[in-house]
Design a protein around this ligand. Sequence first.
Ligand SMILES: [Zn+2]
Length: 1025
Amino acid sequence: MESVCFLSQLEYGSMEQAPLPRNMIENSMFEEEPDVVDLAKESPSYPIDSDDVVYEPRSSRLLVRGLGENDLDEEEEDYESSARLLGMSFMNRSSSQRSAASYTRQQPSNSCSMPSAKKTLMGILVLVVVALVAVIIYFVPRCTFSKDGCQKANSSIEQLYPKASNGELFPWTGLRLPASVRPVHYEISLQPNLTSMTFQGSVAISIVVLQETNKIVLHSYNMKIINGTFQDEKVNILEYKPWQQIAIKLSKELKKGENYVLKIHYSANLSNSYDGFYNSSYIDTNGKRRVLAATQFEPLAARKAFPCFDEPAFKASFVIKITREAEYISLSNMPKATTANLSNGLFEDEFESSVNMSTYLVAFVVANFSSVSKNVSNTLVSVYAVPDKKDQIHYALDTAAKLLEFYNGFFEIEYPLRKLDLVGIPDFLAGAMENWGLITFRETTLLIGDHSSPIDKQLVTSVIAHELAHQWFGNLVTMRWWNDLWLNEGFATYMQYMSTEEVFPELDIDNEFLSVRFKALAKDALNSSHPVSADVSTPEQVEEMFDSVSYEKGASILLMLSATLSKEAFRKGVIEYLRTYKGCNTQSEDLWTSLSQVTNPHTDVAEMMDKWTVQKGFPLVTVTKTESQVKLTQEHFVLNADNATDRSNLWHIPLTYVNDTCSNSSSCKQVFLFKNKTATFKVSDKVRWLKFNCRSDGFYIVDYGEQGWRALIEALKENVNVLPREDRAALINNLFALSRLGRVSFRQVLNLLVYLKNETETAPLTEALTQLNHIFRLLDKRSDLLLVSRMTTYIFMVFGDLMDSQSWGEESSVSKQALRSALLETACNLGRPNCTDQAKRLFDQWMTSNKTEHIPGDLLKVVLSVAAQTKEDWQVLLDTYKHSIYDSEKRKTLEALASTQDVRKIVWILKAGLDGSEIQTPELPLVISTVCRHSAGYLHAWDFVKENWDKLTQKFLIGSFPLQSIIMSTTSQFSTKTHLDEVERFFGSLKDRGSQMRSIQEAIETIKLNMRWMDRNLATLWKWL
Ligand SMILES: [Zn+2]
């Protein structure tokens, strides 16, 4: 799925604007089926590792107890355990009941006075009575009070089972499904009704028994089960809603190796959110609302469309049948096999039986779409969109065709299906989704019209490249469980940049990949980060894995590995991996094993890479050079280092460096594996400086010490070309990071930036601009007007000439476009007259020509944002937004609308984004992040989030990437104690409505770091700006 990379690209240019941006036991399939929950196994996976930022343990405590998905605070926990000792059963309560119970125990908020002696005495008396009753209950067998009497002597096991919705005991106690049976094949028949927005469904699941068992447990969520049969005999289907599971209990043991068929008939509503089988709509150019139905199953929503074994390791084949009206077409993963005319005037499409695949990759669409197609090798590639946009699908078709050819060659395994559809869905939340053979996209990431710029093409190309890479990485070979999501997403992200660079070098994607690596470092420098491969069990935790670490850090460490082994060795290893595990499920070690096998001389890839996936964070390498002696030290780079975090972690760093005598050619590069805490080596006396981490291929930050930095800065001031542009950008990035860490003074950062007057390359310039904009926004939000104005003057001093010399005409180089749009957006935003006047002129020309005069696509956002500051033009833009059929234009118009400084308009646009009628709800995170860039709307956005939290979590799942983005946009620019307290209070009050999300820890940590930065650097800023 493409989520992170998509937003981060669109939100280019600011760290806080691009809030990047979603384990348990090993594969349960290969484990003994537990009779009772293994209490020892599930210790909290997230260490409480600092006294400054106190985090709640993240792993599901529910799993420990077999409860629902709520985490308990310590007080509750004590209550639970004592209660259990007293024999009270807590196993039967649904999560809502549980919350209600815990709330009733709380005192009313206004009764916090000390209890009187009389009351205390009464309290003790009541407690004694309760304890006595409880002890009696404990010693009397449970079944004494039950209708059925004692069935088994071992009632303690029974006590662990929760109650199904009909009151019977539900026969399973884990969030993960039992491994006793495995699905082999599904026959799914669906009858969606796009008028009533409901659907009827039936599923026949062929299963094979792996271990003798008398129950079958699978997933199902939000559907009405009408009836079920097992081997054509009617069975009772039990449901346990908190875990989204259903089960059947059988009177006889199922025999190992035997096959059986379970059939279920059900009905459900087409979902109103953006997952499951959901309804989507759009207004066509005639003003008529058109409806369609589409699916988004990753990670856990296949269970909302059909009962299934909804874990990635339960692969099976699927036959899908869909009933539709004549005006629609239907699409699914596989080519259509037959269409039948039904007696009621409807049609039933049946699709060919699929390859073996995970449930989250199943997909279907019922819509009225237009398409174009072409053949690539043995595959028919087609692109679909709503009829109004059929002129905009040709670029995607050509691009997908080229990339498919590239991947067929690169992986040396042909894409296994006879067709590949790419479908633009109006009202789609993720960037795109890699469903096998039926990739779904947001329209912005698929469609290219006349108005699109080369940067828009870069986005569309890289998203297609990402999703196509998944057809091998993810679809053909799938991670065993969501803890290793990075195997899917890190790889697809790495491949998206690699393949785009190879196939479309003119799109300058390398700059984008570099800034993605910098963003990944920024996120991973927080204590609230997590290992690439991290324990997850609850649905919220699974959602949270779709984040910067899985995508961007995953891609970064793969780049580091590929640069170390050589691109060709890396490719050979990947081919080996795909061949070995084709059709199967894997974990990180499997990839390392395959890569090790092809290295010559043999490299233990697992030994090197293990630390990078199981430890959070990354190393800081400190270099001390005294004459010819170079000493290196490594330590964990963690921004809040004052805390008691374990900083003794070491990494196996494939270290690279060059020196001033040879720095620019690839043959200059020296490499060695740095495994220990320290290392020393010698260089020639003549060497003046060393630069480590060549081209920023490695995932680490380097501190050169005062002397080392001085030598590098002097060298750059003399001649910027002593180092390649990626290295220059990395020096800027690393020095800002070190200043944030407190290792270097901000004065030193300003020293380095002096060299920028000779800089012309996009990567270093945009990195400096991003960093300075970040600081500017923090100051701006503190309303320290004088300092804000000095900062503005400073930015103009560094970049002013470059800003003024940018052209406003057509520009074909993507890299130059990226640079000029970044420069001009900052210039106009800071009110530089040269910029705003020019923007107004372009807007007026556009208006007087009735929008036929072309504004270069990369300048559209800045031009419209300047226009949006006046009342009249804002209205014009709102009208443009509503009627535009060009999605890149539409999106930039929306960003312009959200950049208004008029508070009433800000309030309106936030509300409109939430209710979805005039602004599409999937765009709400973008609206919020744009509003938050400016001081006028920042606090309104925060209020809006607090007031509408429940509505927001109905639209965007708890833990999901859009919600992570909203939290970070609205809080990451606070830098005062008052705001810190407020943020902590609000999120703390949410309890089971999201208070456990990792992005909340990240938000709180970020505010604390902002506060610290201000404490340390305000004086320097006053002095030097
Ligand atoms: Zn993906």
